[in-house]
Every structure is written in C-alpha cells, then in structure tokens.
Ligand binder design. Structure first.
Ligand SMILES: [Fe+2]
Length: 343
C-alpha cells in the first residue's frame, strides 16, 4: 500500500464518522479492491460522462475539461466506447436557427470523433428547457436527423444497452424537468414538461424497471439529482416519485448533473449509488451541505466521470482537471459497493 492509499484511507475513515448514511455497511468491505483504482481494465467497456458542459460564458473551462478527458485517456490507455451527456447541454442562445456554429465548436470539435468515435447519449437539463427563439429541446431531437453525428437522443426518454455487442448494462435515460421542479433560474424563458408527459414517462419508466434483467447492471441517467450536497439541494419532487422506484428495482446507479461538481452519495437501506457529474464546464458554486456530513465524496471541481463496466464489476471514477483521479468506487452485480479511492 503506498502513501496515497494510506492517506486516502485515513480521510475516508474520518469521513465515515460524520456520515448519516451507510450505517449498515461494513467499512472493511470498502477497501477490498484498492489496487485496481487507477488501472482501468482494457478488456472492460468504458464510457465517459459529463454534465453542464454546453456553457455560453465559460468556454475556457469546457476546453479544460475536454483536455482532461484526453489526458486521462492517454495516461491510462483508455478508449471510451461512448459519451453520456448529462444535461444542460446548451446554455443560453444558439445564435442562429439551428445553432450550427455552437454544435460544431462545443460538441463536434470539443469531443472530436477521432478521440471519441462512439455514440454520445444525451438527456435534457433545465437550461435545455429555455425558449430563446430556438426550441432547444426540439433542436437536440432533430440534430441527428439533419447531421451525420454521434449525438444520440432518439426521444426525451429512451433506453440503450452498453456495450452494443455483448451488453453488460442497461441504461434508462429520463427527462427530469418535471412540473413543480423548482427552477433554479426563474427566468421567463424557462419552462418545464407538461403533467401529461410526466405521467406518460412514469408509466414507461415503471414498465422498463419491471422488465426481467438480462444484463448485470441497471443504470438510470437524468439531469436532476434526487439527493445533492450542492446548491440545488435535495429534490422534493423527485425523491418521493422516483426514489421508491429506484429502490424496488435495485437500480445500481442513478447518475446526473445539475450541480456543478462531482459527488457520490450512499444512503442506508437504499441499494442505489447516487452520482453527480456536473463539472463539464459551467461555473463552480458552493455547497448547501458540507460533503463531509453526507458522503462518501464531494469535489467542488470541474471534471468528468469514467464508468468502466464488465459482467462482474462496475467502477465509477471521478476525474478532475489534468486527468487526475479524485474518487472511485466499484459495485458488483449483487449490489456490494466498495470505495477504491476515497478522495
Ligand atoms: Fe441544471
């Protein structure tokens, strides 16, 4: 065990005393795979995830995250088979009817196909629900019909399996812009989905969750967290609506953006690991809850997340600027969670 591992263990153990969660889990089980933390397995499938990236005011920060993705890939010899764009894909105006210039600069060239040749699966955030002349929701649905692109958003809610060949995970992609969700930016051009669409999505979501599992891991992605230590706070609409559904179906991960940071939260008697990866480029903001009180991890930093998947193991890594691994943990198909790097 090297010095960093010792320090990380100590910090992690200090944190555990402050947690209100995971009281029933055995701390000894958190460290059983530490040596694997920084060594992605080339035989596994890999994807990178990032939220809150399509900023109109902080483009140099978006560039820094893109560079960090490349640095991590090069240093760890990782080739992601897909990107997952966790919403707030487009902040502000698109400048022309279809936003061609911004698509080219901030998506196609920012995450170039020669480095990221796989599909870029996307969900919608609150900034995508702004009507600033262009309907940015419809624009994102239409973009793949009009361009040869990796952008993948066949509907506002949809599923995909990953990898496409011999899949080990099913992803359920949701639109979390539910009516009643408190708009953080109460601008007149912001709007939310209709009650009819909310109910239709939930019928569909329940049906997807009730299907027999054919792959080891079940992962839900959306833009809004249920639980967060960030400035947006826990979501009183989503917690009672989706929380019991995630629990009953034993969803392995619920992964979102929205808060501009990197987080990992676990809760007693809840099988789902809650992950926030909103460090794609937009401005950093303060905590509403000290992350030491509700862990295992909170990083107020730009960055992205790397999900490694095999039939026996899923590893989620939070990666900061410079391609530095900040926190990582694994889950087995039977739901056992282990911290690999406490951070
Ligand atoms: Fe957001």
């Amino acid at each position: 065990m090297d010095k960093l591992d010792v320090l990380s263990r100590r910090r992690f153990l200090e944190q555990t005393f402050a947690w209100s969660a995971i009281a029933t889990l055995s701390p000894a089980s958190f460290f059983n795979a530490g040596a694997q933390a920084s060594t992605p397995n080339p035989a596994s499938a890999h994807m990178f995830m990032l939220g809150d990236w399509g900023t109109d005011r902080y483009k140099p920060q978006q560039v820094s995250v893109s560079q960090s993705m490349n640095q991590w890939m090069d240093s760890r010899h990782v080739q992601p088979g897909a990107l997952v764009m966790l919403g707030d894909n487009w902040y502000g105006k698109m400048h022309d009817q279809h936003g061609v210039e911004r698509w080219r600069e901030q998506f196609e060239n920012m995450y170039p196909a020669n480095r990221f040749p796989g599909p870029a699966y996307a969900v919608l955030g609150n900034h995508d629900y702004e009507k600033l002349k262009v309907d940015k929701v419809q624009m994102q649905l239409d973009y793949p019909k009009q361009h040869r692109t990796r952008w993948t958003m066949p509907a506002r809610w949809y599923t995909f399996n990953f990898p496409e060949q011999n899949p080990v995970a099913k992803f359920i992609c949701l639109d979390s812009n539910l009516p009643g969700t408190k708009p953080f930016d109460p601008w007149p051009w912001s709007y939310l989905m209709s009650q009819e669409d909310r109910d239709a999505q939930d019928v569909w979501f329940k049906a997807e969750l009730s299907k027999p599992r054919t792959v080891p891991f079940l992962i839900v992605i959306a833009h809004h967290p249920l639980y967060t230590n960030g400035v947006h706070r826990d979501n009183p609409i989503l917690i009672p609506r989706w929380g019991p559904m995630l629990k009953e179906a034993k969803v392995d991960f619920y992964i979102t953006g929205h808060d501009h940071d990197l987080q990992h939260l676990e809760f007693q008697d809840h099988p789902t690991s809650f992950v926030i990866s909103g460090g794609g480029g937009a401005e950093l903001v303060d905590w509403s809850v000290d992350p030491k009180k509700r862990g295992p991890f909170g990083g107020r930093t730009l960055g992205f997340s790397h999900l490694e998947l095999s039939k026996d193991l899923a590893i989620l890594r939070h990666i900061g600027l410079g391609g530095q691994e900040l926190h990582s943990f694994s889950k087995t198909p039977d739901g056992k969670m282990s911290i690999l790097l406490a951070g």
